[in-house]
Each structure stands twice: as structure tokens, then as C-alpha cells.
Design a protein around this ligand. Structure first.
Ligand code: GUN
Length: 294
């Protein structure tokens, strides 16, 4: 038996199309154009690729995209001044400051300065706290994408055993909260967990978000488990180039899992699509409109 491959490309394209339909509707019915501002500090090549893709996809969905590029040596004060300006700008409904920030800048202070109503990354303590409390919140995009991918296989996650490996603010912690909201039973594992293979073996749903290439082995998995691989690790090849691998040993897992996301072409595709969803939701909420249909 070989696992079903969960096609993030197809699912993300479908989501983007549904966002574009809703954007067209709010434009037509309410003269509202959702706008996303992305702030990139410095010239980290990976971040530049992500930011360009956010810009292209935001415009393709019919939304306004505002890019702000700041030099690596920008002062904390100048960065906070830009965030304050975006908070006040009525054309901007979503603000994303690309992470990681260069050394010397205080990430926590920058996130705290973003208006929680425009915090489409879901990282502001107001949103993180609301999510943890089970209240309506803007939630981080990658975990939202993980839930959508899981639901492409399972209509309901109620009562399923899920394990989240990794406890970052951007992925692991919010993913745990979203799974609880779906009535899954959640184990949170991390680098200090004892007997990780034993914990993973009990799980119907496995989320690997540790950033360690191919750490989760095929023989750790319960046969038939659904595996969502959040890892994007660049490892060197013999010819000097690099290849992308996830946090799961894909070939091994393919023989045991019931369904699995590939890397690339799985979770990565979903993050930007969910950012568009969050921007649309933020724009509707700020304008006092009902929640959009996506
Ligand atoms: N860097 C990598 N992923 C993300 C993300 O989802 N949001 C932000 N702000 N930075 C990132």
C-alpha cells in the first residue's frame, strides 16, 4: 500500500480562487478593496522569495499589495514608525512583517506594535491569547493551512489522536489550539520529549514542525496515519546545489502512512493562500461586514 499524496498545489489554488471570488464580491457590493502591507527588512534571499510570492498572489486575488523594503541597518524606531503609519492607513487591512528580522531588532516589540485587527500573521499576543481561549481570532497562516490539508482527507478530526512535533509561536503552539478547536486529542512534543517514536506511533494525525531534515522515520508511524510535513530544509547535494526535504523521511513514510504531504508542494503552498484568507477576513471585520465565505 502506498499513501495518498495530499496535493497542496491544487488545494491552495482552489482556496486562492475562492478568495478571489469573495474579493470581487466585496468590491462590487461594498466598494471595499482588501489591502496587504508586507514589510521586509534586509535582503535574506529566502525571505525575498517569500515576499515576492506574497506580492504576486495578493495582486492575483484582486487585492491591493503594498511592499515596504527597509535596509538591514534600519533602526528599531524607524521600523516602529512604519508599523504605526500602516496601522493608521485605511487602505491597509493586513500587516505582515517578514521574519526573522535581522539581529539587533526587537521582534517582540515590533509584533506588539501591530494593530491586532490587522495582524494577519496571528502573532500579536491579543490574537494568540484569543486563539488559546477558544475565541474568534486571526490565526497564523501555516497552521491554518495544515488544518485545511488535514480536512481534505478527514471530514471531521473529532476524537482523533494528533501529535504536533514542535512548539514555535509561528506553527506548533497555534496548531495545537486549532486542533483542540476541531475536538482532536492533542499531544505536544518537542526536542526534549522522551520516546518520540513511541508518542508518534499512537497518533492518527502527525504534524512535523521541528526544522530537522527527515527526522520522523517511516517506522515511527501508525499504519494509515495522516502525515503533514511542515519542514522546509535545504540540504546540500553532491553537485554543490541544494535540495528541499521535509522533517519526515518521505519515501519511508509513503509505505506506511495513509496520506502525506510532499515537500515541496504540500504545506508551503498553503501559507500564502491562508494569508490571503486572513487579509480578506481582516478587511471585512474592519469594515464591519459579515465574515466572508472563505
Ligand atoms: N517567515 C517564514 N514564515 C513566515 C510567516 O508565516 N510569517 C512571517 N511574518 N514571517 C515568516
Amino acid at each position: 500500500m502506498t499513501a495518498e499524496i495530499i496535493d497542496g498545489k491544487v488545494i491552495a489554488a482552489d482556496l486562492r480562487a475562492r478568495v478571489a471570488d469573495e474579493v470581487a464580491r466585496v468590491k462590487r457590493e461594498h466598494n471595499l478593496v482588501p489591502g496587504l502591507a508586507v514589510v521586509l527588512v534586509g535582503n535574506d534571499p529566502a525571505s525575498e522569495v517569500y515576499v515576492r510570492s506574497k506580492h504576486t498572489q495578493t495582486q492575483a486575488a484582486g487585492m491591493a499589495s503594498f511592499e515596504h523594503k527597509l535596509p538591514t541597518d534600519v533602526s528599531q524606531q524607524d521600523l516602529l514608525t512604519l508599523v504605526a503609519k500602516l496601522n493608521r492607513d485605511p487602505a491597509v487591512h493586513g500587516i505582515l512583517v517578514q521574519l526573522p528580522l535581522p539581529k539587533g531588532l526587537n521582534t517582540e516589540a515590533v509584533i506588539n506594535a501591530i494593530d491586532p485587527a490587522k495582524d494577519v500573521d496571528g502573532l500579536h499576543p491579543n490574537n494568540a491569547g484569543r486563539l488559546a481561549g477558544g475565541f474568534e481570532a486571526l490565526s497564523p497562516c501555516t497552521p491554518l493551512g495544515c488544518i485545511i490539508l488535514t480536512k481534505s482527507v478527514h471530514a471531521s478530526l473529532e476524537g482523533m489522536n494528533a501529535i504536533v512535533i514542535g512548539r514555535s509561536n509561528l506553527v506548533g503552539r497555534p496548531l495545537v489550539q486549532l486542533l483542540l478547536n476541531e475536538n482532536a486529542t492533542v499531544t505536544i512534543a518537542h526536542s526534549r520529549s522522551r520516546d518520540l517514536p513511541g508518542l508518534v506511533r499512537k497518533a492518527d494525525l502527525v504534524y512535523a514542525a521541528v526544522g530537522r531534515p527527515e527526522m520522523v522515520r517511516g517506522d515511527w508511524l501508525k499504519p494509515g496515519a495522516t502525515v503533514i510535513d511542515v519542514g522546509i530544509n535545504r540540504i546540500p547535494k553532491e553537485d554543490g546545489k541544494t535540495r528541499l526535504v521535509g522533517d519526515v523521511a518521505y519515501q519511508e513514510a509513503l509505505a506506511v502512512a495513509g496520506a502525506i504531504t510532499p515537500v515541496p508542494g504540500g504545506v508551503g503552498q498553503m501559507t500564502v493562500a491562508c494569508l490571503l484568507v486572513n487579509t480578506l477576513r481582516a478587511a471585512c471585520a474592519i469594515a464591519g461586514l459579515p465574515k466572508p465565505a472563505v
